[in-house]
Design a protein around this ligand. Structure first.
Ligand code: ZN
Length: 241
């Protein structure tokens, strides 16, 4: 295990200097910094504040030497049901952030999020993410997370389309039944995702970055001994991916 994603809340809790020391002492590369939201707001003041926050996230990613900053598209807020408008404003927010990200040398990795989480994130398919990358160009890419894309009939075509622009690849499994569509992810091999197929498709694009295990699991894996979890990740990566 040679790399890790850093969460911004954990980074804030321990501080940049201590985070850098921990990463260096343990020989860990930083795959991504997770995460920032591209704003769906209409109010210019809210959008400015969100853009400032995103710029801080870019600066943190640069300071950590992260390979990219994970970007999510914020769903409509405050009772709005204007999902299509939110998607346009998210795209505009990414475009507004891009000059700062390019100057800092931090690519923006747009991560589509499973549509069962569309109440939180409005970029829900790899096609949407690819469309934005087509439009915005250099300094943007996609993050392919099997948990978010496995159900998509277009996933094969869209992974192929993403060749050369895949910045990250996340592994976990979709449990059946699931107790929660966000926080009950399974260990690879325990659910219904054809992970080897998706991994092969990603590998075939020429992607040579990290294969990263990401298991949000409030009731199970998060409660276990971290050493046991890492051992299980390594073992299942070898047998189920
Ligand atoms: Zn992910």
């Amino acid at each position: 295990v040679r790399g890790i994603t850093v969460r911004r809340d954990k980074l804030a809790a321990c501080g940049m200097a201590e985070a850098r020391r921990l990463l260096r002492d343990h020989g860990m590369a930083v795959s991504g910094l997770s995460r920032a939201f591209a704003s769906s707001a209409s109010d210019p003041a809210v959008r400015r504040a969100a853009l400032d926050e995103c710029r801080r996230a870019v600066d943190e990613a640069a300071a950590l030497g992260a390979l990219f900053l994970t970007m999510l598209g914020e769903a409509p807020r405050d009772g709005s049901k204007d999902l299509e408008g939110a998607r346009r404003r998210v795209r505009d927010a990414l475009a507004d952030l891009l000059p700062h990200a390019r100057a800092a040398g931090v690519p923006l990795a747009i991560e589509p999020v499973h549509p069962m989480n569309a109440d939180a994130c409005c970029i829900n398919t790899l096609a949407q993410a690819n469309d934005i990358v087509d439009e915005l160009g250099e300094g943007t890419g996609v993050l392919v997370d099997v948990y978010h894309v496995w159900w998509d009939p277009a996933v094969e075509a869209e992974i192929r389309r993403a060749a050369g622009r895949i910045l990250g690849f996340h592994l976990s499994d979709w449990l059946v039944p699931t107790r929660d569509v966000a926080f009950d992810r399974g260990m690879m091999g325990d659910g219904v995702i054809d992970i080897p197929r998706l991994r092969r498709l990603v590998d075939e694009t020429g992607y040579d970055g990290f294969h990263e295990v990401e298991i949000f699991s409030a009731a199970d894996w998060w409660r276990r001994d971290p050493d046991e979890v890492v051992r299980a990740c390594v073992a299942r990566y070898a047998t189920a991916c």
